[in-house]
Design a protein around this ligand. Structure first.
Ligand code: ZN
Length: 240
């Protein structure tokens, strides 16, 4: 049994489709989403629809939360504000209901999923180093937890100490815990534009991060055509 675990799709339908296609080729049978389905790109409804239709376990991201609120967007930077206004206007009442009912943390089989951190899941803080990871590990009661939010894939391992591993793949060992950022499907920020997701091979006890090429030009054209800020199209190619 193999799980495909993805998140930070951010309304990039081309990237999501490419990830799902790759997951099928890799014989994944189950899908899991770590949140931020909407925000930034041009297909929020289509991406929500696709994740809903698959019926895969999903947790809420900060953009999913923001998209269903009716509060003022004054605090956001102009780019984010413009994109969020557009996203709010695009979603159907039904999409909004579904997004607002998502939980912040879920357990799936023998692993946990969360968007940002396990210590303050609704605070939307970022895990950017091993000290942040340590705080989250103290609330992790399964061997394995998948998360997103930073848009940068990373594997943290807790044995006697907590460390980030160099490789983008890890063999799970008894007595250790793993906090794994699956990277971003729709807007990677680690300098590599390709869509990112993770495969958890249950029998093989291995997790690996995969990168997938997708039709970036099409995603960029849609962003511009929708009247969203052009910078959002430009940054996709930079992987930032
Ligand atoms: Zn995100």
């Amino acid at each position: 049994m193999k799980y495909a675990i993805f998140g930070d799709i951010h309304a990039n339908l081309e990237a999501l489709e490419a990830v799902l296609e790759d997951a099928t080729k890799e014989n994944c049978t189950d899908h899991v989403c770590v949140g931020d389905i909407v925000g930034y790109a041009a297909n929020p409804c289509e991406c929500v629809e696709m994740v809903r239709t698959m019926g895969c376990p999903t947790v809420k991201g900060n953009h999913d939360e923001e998209a269903v609120l009716e509060t003022s967007l004054e605090g956001l930077n102009p780019l984010a504000k413009q994109a969020m206004e557009w996203t709010r206007n695009s979603l159907s009442p039904d999409d909004r209901d579904w997004l607002s009912n998502l939980k912040l943390v879920r357990q799936v089989r023998d692993f946990t999923i969360v968007h940002a951190t396990l210590d303050t899941p609704g605070g939307w803080t970022y895990v950017t180093n091993k000290f942040d990871a340590m705080a989250s590990f103290s609330y992790q009661f399964t061997q394995l937890c998948f998360y997103g939010h930073t848009h940068t894939p990373r594997i943290y391992v807790k044995g006697d100490s907590v460390d980030a591993v160099e490789e983008m793949s890890v063999d799970l060992e008894m007595g250790r815990k793993y906090f794994i950022n699956v990277g971003s499907t729709g807007q990677p920020r680690d300098g590599d534009w390709r869509a990112s997701y993770a495969i958890y091979d249950v029998e093989g006890q291995q997790v690996s991060i995969r990168r997938v090429r997708y039709n970036i030009e099409k995603a960029q054209e849609k962003i511009v055509a929708a009247g969203l800020p052009e910078m959002l199209a430009h940054r996709l190619a930079l992987g930032k």
